[in-house]
Write a protein that binds this ligand. Sequence first.
Ligand code: PNS
Length: 161
Amino acid sequence: MKSAIYPGSFDPVTFGHLDVIRRAADIFDELTVSVLNNHLKSPLFSVEERVKILEEATKDIPNVKVDSFSGLLIDYAGKKNVHVAIRGLRAITDFEYELQIAQTNHKLSGGKLDTMFLTTSLEYAYLSSSSVKEIASFNGDISMCVPDFVADLIYKKYGHR
Ligand code: PNS
């Protein structure tokens, strides 16, 4: 069985992430979308909230599981015996950062963890979780960025509607 992990902050999940999730789930038998519990960042949603949101947003894709992890991705992937990490590339600006992480993970894992990049569909290339949060914080329209139930949760966090 071919399995992969799609790690990320997903704070919050956007249509861009969901596009990558759907396409990766078509390629692999099992895809685990895993939320990083990163103590260095102060997220809008807790890890538990992000996991719940992802579960709801992916409930129609049977081979997608949602999980969370702390620490190094290579340790988490090693424990799960998964050898492929999925990452989405929106633009050339993502590439340098992603290449460095992918190469570090490959080296650190002794060649056991490879990264597979999916290029984000053009219609979502402009999307980022940070811009979604910024727009929502000013009560702007984020309906083209995230599913409706996610938009409601984001607006609630900012005290709108
Ligand atoms: O959605 P993000 O914030 O761009 O995701 C970044 C992520 C989660 C892929 C990356 O920060 C990560 O894997 N962190 C876990 C710690 C780790 O393994 N670091 C080594 C790579 S330099």
